[in-house]
Design a protein around this ligand. Sequence first.
Ligand code: ADP
Length: 584
Amino acid sequence: MFTPSRSVSVTDGTRSRLATVRALVASPLKRRSRAARAAVRTAARWQLHRWRGSLQLRVIVSTMLLGLIVVLGLGSYLYQRIADGLVNDRILTARAEATSQARAAQSRFDSAGRLDAVSLTQLAFDVVGQLSSPGADKSREVILTRARSNTGRANVPTVLSGDVGLPSVPARLREAIAADPSHQQVQIISISSTNGGTVPAAIVGSRVTLPAAGQYELYFVFPLEREQQTLRVVARTFALGGIALVLLVGAVAYVVTRLVVDPVRRAALVAERLSSGRLHERMRARGEDDIAKLGKSFNAMADSLQKQIRQLEDLSRVQQRFVSDVSHELRTPLTTIRMAGDLIHDSRHDFDPSVARSAELLHNEIDRFESLLSDLLEISRFDAGAAALDVEATDLRATIARTIESTAALAARGGSRLEVIPTDGPCVAEIDPRRVERILRNLVVNAVEYGEGRPVRVQLGLNENAVAVSVRDSGVGLRPGEAALVFNRFWRADPARARTTGGTGLGLAISREDAALHKGWLHAWGEPGVGSCFRLTLPRHTGIPIERSPLPLRPEEERSAARLAPDPPDPPYRPAAASGGARS
Ligand code: ADP
């Protein structure tokens, strides 16, 4: 029955369903090809890593490649020479054979009795049959054909001794014979072999004269099958020899590089151990060769390094001991001086004004001396490795609150407002609260000291494995390079600067030691006239390392973080104890 053709309209719904089906079919394929590409990339990266990381691999592969190039070049040159020699030899013998056979044929034609076409044809068949190689080896085939310029009366047809026909004779060869009939001509052609393929052959042509029939061309075809076989054997031998040679070169490179690379690897291992503090590690240095000399020089260097490090350690121990002893020794007289000073200070109103002023100065300097002594004792405890953490889970908001409380009076005196920007919710970390409070107090006191009366902002932040507190001021700031120096003992940007709180120059050094004891970081940033920021970052749990700090250090980082997170900042956190007191 005839069905009228219908036009099918594809609606949007159909189209989207088709797209879904297509996506469903394509997605596993896409996923598989993506996985394959990723696997190839990983394998390539791994190979590159191995290539870069192993000198031995590089030497072996390069030596083998060079060996391969030499073997290929030399092999193909030798093969060519052998092939040329074989073919030339064969051509020489073919020429000699063809000359004598052509002469024999000519004398048979010359002595022909009957000169009619049938007799001459019979004679031609006889002669060609005799000239071709006897038996089935077909080492020589013969073609007798009328020369193109022949105008003789009797016509003898082309006579072939075997399968090689007249089309196998190149036209150029025939032309060459026509041009120079008195000389033999040779060419290499390709003929079909008995096993169906082709085989090269030397074809030697010359002229013979048939009585009454005129000029004829006589061709001898010498297949080069045996030479080809010989060359095949030579090529196979060369290939096997070449492969064996390249493998041998690779093996030699492996052995030689092992002899050199092994001691170098051992030296690298020993050097690594030495740098990790195992100063007794030495290389094995036996024999008289270059490697043994390297080992001996390496060991001599390690001996000398060890000696110098020991000397420095001893010296440093003596210095630390000295500082510690002096500090301890000074404590007793200082206590006496303190008591006497306090007594004088308390009775200063009974003295005349100049003596009262001296009593006040004495009192301040004793305070300063006391704090310097306690800082020195603290530093000696760090140096002696006697400082230990007293860890407890602490909410850093409380620590900040205590810090603000203890520094509020100083801030009020300096005219600085203390602002605290905490996190949303508690911020608990496993810390030593006494040490962290000491760090924060030092940072806030410094910010007030160098903040030139401008507000000081204390910010609290946390991420998966770290908590951070940053103290930012807008005071004198730090010159380039000073951010790294501020943690040095007794370093001051301006040694002549009068300290209102009597800083010792050890505060930040102690703070950094405290942070390091927590496996935390203490970083500084500053710009002259813009201000400074000190950021303390601590792990939330002991033993879990920090990956990144939750708070920015530089203002530009802060700005870009703000751009990334457009949410409004948390309302300023006012700890109960510090409320009001944090403001000047
Ligand atoms: P101290 O404050 O007792 O001198 P510190 O170790 O606390 O010792 O500080 C070392 C030096 O670092 C200070 O003398 C000062 O030059 C510099 N410094 C510390 N904090 C700040 C800051 N907030 N702004 C500018 N410079 C600072």
